[in-house]
Structure formats: C-alpha cells, structure tokens
Design a protein around this ligand. Structure first.
Ligand SMILES: [Mg+2]
Ligand SMILES: [Zn+2]
Length: 182
C-alpha cells in the first residue's frame, strides 16, 4: 500500500497568469480566459500520469472584492472549460498581513494536497508565472518551473526557477519527455 502511494505524482499549478489570463482580481465569470496552449498542456500532463492541482492566492476574498462562493464558482466553470482536467483547487483567501500558513509562497496548500493524495514530491513539479510560485516550490521541496514571456528580462535575470517556458504546453512537453526532476 505504501509503495503504491509513492507513485502518485502531481503538477501544482498557479491559476492567474499560468492557466488563465491574469486580469488582476478576477471578479466576473465572463473574464475567465484560458491562456494559449494551457488546455493542451494540461491534457498532456494528465496523459503522462500527473494529478493536476491548482494552488492560488485569492486575497480578493480578504479584501472584500469577491466571496469564497464566487471563487468556487469560478473554479467550477474553469474546470468545465478544461473538460474536468483539474483534480482539485486549493486557494488562500487571506490578506498578506493575516500571516496565515497557506498564502504562497508558504506551503500550507501544497502540504494539504500532499497529505490528501499521498503525493511523492520528488516526482512532482510546481509551475507558475511569479517568483513567489518559484519560492513556493523551493519551500516545499518540489522542482519549480516558471512560465514567462521572453521579454520579461527582469524576471528572467533574477528567477531561482530551474527552467522557464513560454506556456503550459512547453512545460508539459518537457516534463513528459524527461519525466523526472533534475
Ligand atoms: Mg500567477
Ligand atoms: Zn491563507
């Protein structure tokens, strides 16, 4: 049983700017817009055996911009757009000053998912578009990859990411061809 559990691998994905367009505190369902090749990338990762788990900071809840119900509805609609590829959505509703243990780059959300699914962190990845996503991976002991546009020189120069890619499909191709953390 334990050996079987160790086979579970996952890709922990940021939401805004990674799967969907970052519109800065998404507060309308109609503003959900998939990024180019995001769905194709997620489908490929699923095909090569990864659980797909979204981990995102939604401090718009704490700021009173939208409710927990709205975020849950957003995730339901998003997963319908993705044909149900996402296995679970986790989010932090808190403000930075709440000093909770789940706001990225803290690892509370990942810790919860790892426990629930019995995920092997050595075979898993974190993917996001901000340096805080990279720090999340490093803090959790999971290889972090960055999605970044080639002309974001500032981020490219300073990131601690192991690798960077232009979109989720490029990430998926690399992960599925190589299959292992470095
Ligand atoms: Mg993001
Ligand atoms: Zn939190």
């Amino acid at each position: 049983m334990a050996a079987q559990q160790m086979e579970v691998k996952a890709v922990f994905l940021d939401r805004d700017g990674t799967i969907i367009k970052d519109v800065h505190y998404l507060s309308k369902i109609e503003d959900i817009e998939l990024l180019p090749l995001a769905k194709e990338g997620l489908a490929l990762l699923k095909e090569c055996g990864f659980k797909l788990i979204v981990v995102s900071n939604q401090s718009g809840i704490g700021r009173g911009y939208f409710s927990v119900d709205f975020v849950n509805e957003t995730h339901k609609v998003l997963n319908e757009m993705l044909g149900g590829l996402i296995d679970e959505f986790y989010f932090c509703p808190h403000l930075p000053e709440d000093n909770c243990s789940c706001r990225k780059p803290k690892t509370g959300l990942i810790d919860e998912a790892v426990k629930k699914f019995g995920i092997n962190k050595d075979k898993s990845f974190v993917v996001g578009d901000k340096e805080s996503d990279i720090e999340l991976g490093l803090n959790a002991g999971i290889t972090p990859f960055l999605i970044v546009s080639r002309n974001n020189e500032e981020l490219l120069k300073n990131t601690k990411a192991k690798r960077f890619f232009a979109n989720l499909y490029e990430v998926a191709r690399w992960i599925c061809l190589r299959g292992f953390t470095e």
